[in-house]
Design a binder for this molecule. Sequence first.
Ligand code: TYD
Length: 208
Amino acid sequence: MFITFEGIEGSGKGTALRRSLEWLAEQGCNAVQTREPGGSGLGASLRSLLLHTSSRISSEAELFLYLADRAQHVEEIIRPALASGRTVLSDRFADSTIVYQGYGRGLDPQELFRLNDLAVKGLWPDLTLVLDLDVEVGLERARRRNQEQGLAESEGRFEAEALAFHAKVRDGYRQWAALHPERIRLIDASGSPEEVFARIAPYLAKAL
Ligand code: TYD
């Protein structure tokens, strides 16, 4: 089973993923955890290019770097893990590109769907959990996390983006989720980690 976690900055994807991993282990399901960008060996270099470069990247160049990262991630990590019977939980996957580069940057979401389909050779998640949260609440959480970790407030190109961009991303996730009700579930990400996980658990139980 392949499950992905999506959402805006500070939506709590990482925490939700860790709790899901623990919960699945308690059910006897030994899942593996991975993330994008940067889930594969090649991906580690792509991640630093994507998130820490100071030069301007065109929307198309950015798109193809994310797709290259994903193609390698699927081939090297995700497909082999699924083939050996493991459940895979990924922090971000193809829907991030469709939403950030599509709804966020203005590329065509349907075209991005096709390009992603090529990059992943048809491997789409069985279940995608989109953590849906007010943009200002999310950015405040992300700012606090950066401070706690001693990172600059502007760490990561995307966290430095204008509020308007993040609002487009949040709205994009909602629109995209509505187009794929068979796979994508919108989760209210407000409240404590316990409250959020209580909303997620029934979907995990159903997927098992
Ligand atoms: P990351 O530090 O993983 O952010 P987060 O903590 O929110 O998961 O950085 C990932 C950033 O890259 C995030 O801002 C979203 C962006 N991104 C895209 O724009 N397109 C993509 O396809 C992916 C995977 C990520």
